[in-house]
Write a protein that binds this ligand. Structure first.
Ligand SMILES: [Zn+2]
Length: 83
């Protein structure tokens, strides 16, 4: 899929995830209440652009209605500039 800047789309965003040390005792190490792993929702966003960094990683940048920037890495750092 090729995105052009300004395209409206949705991306999955995880919210409400609790690290193990913040969970109720009954949910350590595995959650039993069903909420500690957070909820993934599809957030409507606008595509801003693709950024290619010197470490060969690639990120897609999106902005949501509240003005928050969402950065989604689609290619991990690799190569000579990444030790
Ligand atoms: Zn839980």
């Amino acid at each position: 899929m090729t995105l052009t800047p300004g395209t409206a789309t949705t991306i999955p965003v995880l919210s409400g995830y609790l690290p193990v040390q913040y969970r109720p005792f009954a949910c350590r190490p595995a959650c039993t209440c069903g909420t500690c792993y957070g909820i993934t929702t599809d957030v409507p966003v606008t595509f801003i652009g693709q950024v290619e960094y010197a470490d060969n990683s690639t990120e897609l940048h999106y902005r949501d209605a509240a003005g928050n920037l969402h950065r989604v890495m689609t290619k991990a750092p690799s190569g000579d500039a990444c030790f």
